[in-house]
Design a protein around this ligand. Sequence first.
Ligand code: GLP
Length: 261
Amino acid sequence: MEVVILDDEEQVGRVGADAVAQHVARNAGAVLGLATGSSPLRVYRELAARVDRGELSLAGCQAFLLDEYVGLPVDHPESYRSVIRRDFIDHVDLDPANVHGPDGCAADLATAGADYELAIVAAGGVDVQLLGVGSDGHIAFNEPGSSLASRTRLKTLTTQTRRDNARFFGGDADAVPRHCLTQGIGTILQAGHLVLVALGVGKAEAVHQLVEGPVSALWPASALQLHPHVTVLLDQAAAARLQLGDYYREAYLTKPAWQGF
Ligand code: GLP
């Protein structure tokens, strides 16, 4: 796990975009794993700027979302399909037809997760997965207590997550759907490279647990310690509780140029 502590959100955006672009440079048909939420927004903005300047093309890529609310139609402004279109896809050359998400309105929700897993496998698996982390340590919508081996399935959101996400629903936590379909932790761990972004002091404890805590279902993001290729991009505030912060800073400052991400 490489922990990179950067000065500000702009740097986080640049380094995150470098990590994604590295995969696209190697394989123009790379499969991207996209996360919604505020954390990856700078990365998306930087990728869009590179596409705009003609330095990068995502035209050959496919994309898979991590999760989706149950019961929100695809065209609802807060469905994750709509959010990712607004925040990212509308600003790059990735074909919207190649953006996939779990079907939160499936007639059979019990099999929708397995169908989504098959679609990921059929695309050859996710090459690079962007991730945020919830203040309670959730990744995608794998709330505390999720099996570390879980696959895409229906989950019930915690009150804390519904409160955190109420800002997207006019401040009303009751308007946030209670259920979601989410890639499991086991699904996420099968992506080739995980790039997690965390910003702000509200994420500091979750970041400490994910990087330095015991691997535990209580802090689902700690499962990333089991993956061989993880990059954690932090601003100073999100890094505030790291025990080995000085070491991570030194390692990044002295990182050989050939190493990449
Ligand atoms: C939501 C999403 C997660 C995201 C988390 C943190 O619950 N399902 O994928 O990582 O929120 O969001 P933010 O980046 O806005 O803090």
